[in-house]
Design a protein. Structure first.
Length: 393
């Protein structure tokens, strides 16, 4: 008998799992993506909209209704409730029951949690805000530009550093380098803390060599637009002329209400099988037939930090889940586990990017290698973006 696989969320990970699984199971099995947005875009494109290398919306947004495969069903609806015992999913257009559920709902941006963010900062993670930022950067002839992170964890740990490097490169190439100052403020102790001290020092050197001022361990409490000032914990403040921020993130409300999250704020997830954990210490799982992937998943590493929120991991996890569901349908053993490996490309400006490869399950801490910036790194990042054209008509 045909099975129904409900994929909650049609972002980077949800689309991947649907496409992988379609290749593994016959047409008698229904694959349904439930997605509230009718547009899809890839996070990395935001940075290129900021620099003007991509136009918003034409180059970077795709209509979900143009999803190429017609044998993947797309339900344009909001998931409003998840009953894990019965695998019932309540949505804005009705209730559905699956034989398997894949929770791929990502993380939600929550700029309202930081007083003054919405009114005064350009949101690096919102495409329309980034498109406006591009216009402002075009007109900007001098002053202090601050790129800041509101809170951790946030998607794509290198993104604030990439943004600052790209901005420095933009103004240097316009001959305005000595008219601007670029600063980064973050509550983190170092860039990419999960990577360990050496990686942090290397990235810090990379940005400071370009004259970017780095202010770690600065937790912003509020922004005052009239004074053009950010106020931090410990009574420190900083003046700005142009403010670019990464807002606080949180898990979508529906997974919190379903009782799936723990003290990390996200869903505790088995590091290899991508099933919901009932015990983080013993790695015992619960809820058979229910999987989690991507940004909504919390995978605790051997150094007690969380696996970064990145599309490359969502992609690999999607393969593992597709394999596991197909094996279960075919009554076979699944032979694929998530190994915590991933590659990312850190944009450094001037058409170059550094390739970073990581083994995040290494002991005693993740093993990460960051190469010098190269044209090839940038090209590889552009290739990643081409994923869009393989999914959409
Ligand atoms: C500026 C920027 C640059 C980035 N660069 C990189 C990079 O170079 N490499 C990399 O690997 N990653 C990068 N990322 C991170 C990457 O985009 C995310 O980690 C990735 O999208 C996570 O995939 P996901 O499927 O878990 O979540 P998402 O892609 O966020 O998808 C979640 C989906 O669930 C939907 N959803 C949420 N709630 C509901 C609901 N209640 N009902 C229905 N649908 C719902 C959302 O609309 C969304 O479509 C970047 C991110 C940003 C913002």
């Amino acid at each position: 008998m045909g099975k129904t696989i409900l994929i909650l969320g049609g972002g980077w990970g949800g689309l991947f799992v649907a496409h992988r699984l379609r290749g593994y199971v016959g047409q008698e099995h229904r694959i349904v993506i439930i997605e509230k947005n009718d547009k899809f875009s890839l996070g990395p494109s935001n940075l290129w909209v900021m620099t003007g290398d991509r136009q918003y919306p034409g180059d970077v947004e795709r209509s979900m209704s143009k999803l190429l495969r017609k044998d993947i069903e797309l339900l344009h609806a909001e998931v409003t409730g998840i009953e894990t015992e019965t695998k019932k999913v309540h949505t804005s257009v009705g209730t559905f029951t699956g034989d398997y559920l894949v929770i791929a709902l990502g993380s939600e941006l929550y700029p309202e949690a930081l007083p003054g963010f919405v009114e005064n900062a350009y949101n690096l993670y919102d495409l329309s805000s980034v498109a406006r930022l591009h216009e402002v950067l075009q007109q900007f002839t001098g002053g202090k530009i601050i790129v800041f992170c509101s809170a951790t964890p946030f998607r794509c740990p290198p993104a604030p550093y990439e943004a600052a490097l790209l901005i420095e490169s933009l103004f240097r190439n316009r001959g305005l380098k000595d008219k601007i100052e670029v600063h980064i403020y973050t509550p983190e102790k170092q860039p990419m803390p999960v990577g360990g001290l050496k990686i942090g020092a290397m990235l810090r050197q990379m940005i400071e060599n370009r004259g970017i001022k780095y202010h770690p361990e600065h937790k912003v409490l509020r922004i005052d637009g009239a004074l053009r000032k950010m106020f931090f914990q410990d009574g420190i403040d900083a003046k700005y002329d142009l403010l670019i921020g990464i807002p606080p993130h949180r898990a979508p409300r529906v997974v919190v209400e379903a009782g799936l999250t723990d003290s990390t704020g996200y869903i505790p997830t088995h590091p290899q099988t991508m099933r919901v954990l009932s015990d983080v210490e013993t790695l015992e799982t619960k809820l058979p037939g229910i999987y989690v992937l991507g940004d909504v998943a919390a995978i605790t590493l051997l150094n007690s930090m969380l696996l970064p929120k990145a599309g490359v991991f969502a992609e690999e996890q999607a393969s593992v889940i597709a394999n596991s569901i197909a094996a279960s349908i075919h009554e076979e053993e699944s032979n694929k586990v998530f190994d915590g490996k991933g590659i990312c490309y850190i944009e450094t400006g001037d058409g170059m990017a550094s390739t970073g490869s990581g083994e995040f399950y290494a002991y005693p801490e993740p093993r990460i290698l960051i190469e010098s910036p190269s044209k090839e790194g940038h090209k590889a990042k552009e290739e990643l973006e081409k994923l869009l054209t393989t999914w959409f008509a």
